[in-house]
Design a binder for this molecule. Sequence first.
Ligand code: DC
Length: 236
Amino acid sequence: MVAIDGPSGAGKSTIARLLAQRLGFAYLDTGAMYRAITWHFLENGVAPAECAGDPDGGRERMQKALAAAGLQIDAGRILLNGRDVTSHLRTREVESQVSAVSALPFVRARMRDLQRQVAAHGPVVAEGRDMGSVVFPRARWKVYLDAAPAERARRRCQDFARQGRAVSEQDVLEEILVRDRLDSTRSDGPLKQAEDSLYVDTTGMTTGDVVERLLRLVRGDHGDHDDHDDRAEEAR
Ligand code: DC
């Protein structure tokens, strides 16, 4: 298990996918799982913003919808009740609700179980916010990928441009800062660096540089040197 955490736009998805390919491990994008549930809630009219007026904040309606959501992860595609929803996950509607959905303890509990089931099948590179801290605390390798907020906004804008969406970098930066705050201040599984993780600031690094750095971490670990040496080296 390689557990990769970090904020939005730090390059986790690209790095984790490439690293998994190079290692021959499966790749688990846990943000996509939270996005799929958010999409499902929107489809069923039970997203947090739509339930705000319910006496229980929509808990009952959301729990019902969650129970009816059959989530499958198949070769990098996300299927919801048999339907491939992968192409719907990066819309702004989903992005506007996903932090609120992922703050719900009953959603997190279900996602945690599913993530552990996937990892039980073999070696995995898993990326998200709480992989090293909560879901896989005993992961052999833990990495925290970070980058300066302006660079993260620039990268997200490039992603959007590739999808044919023109979005201002300033707007994306503001959304990123809001999501960072929501993701790191929630009580259940907040975004935070696991103490025993390798911190990598990817600002100014190419994707290839970061992948090579992580490959060195995984391949160089034959039990004859301490990972903490790498962490100390990174800190310098
Ligand atoms: O990595 P991403 O941008 O696709 O994640 C989407 C949202 O899901 C993000 O706002 C935080 C949340 N998330 C989470 O709470 N825990 C995870 N393990 C992964 C993502």
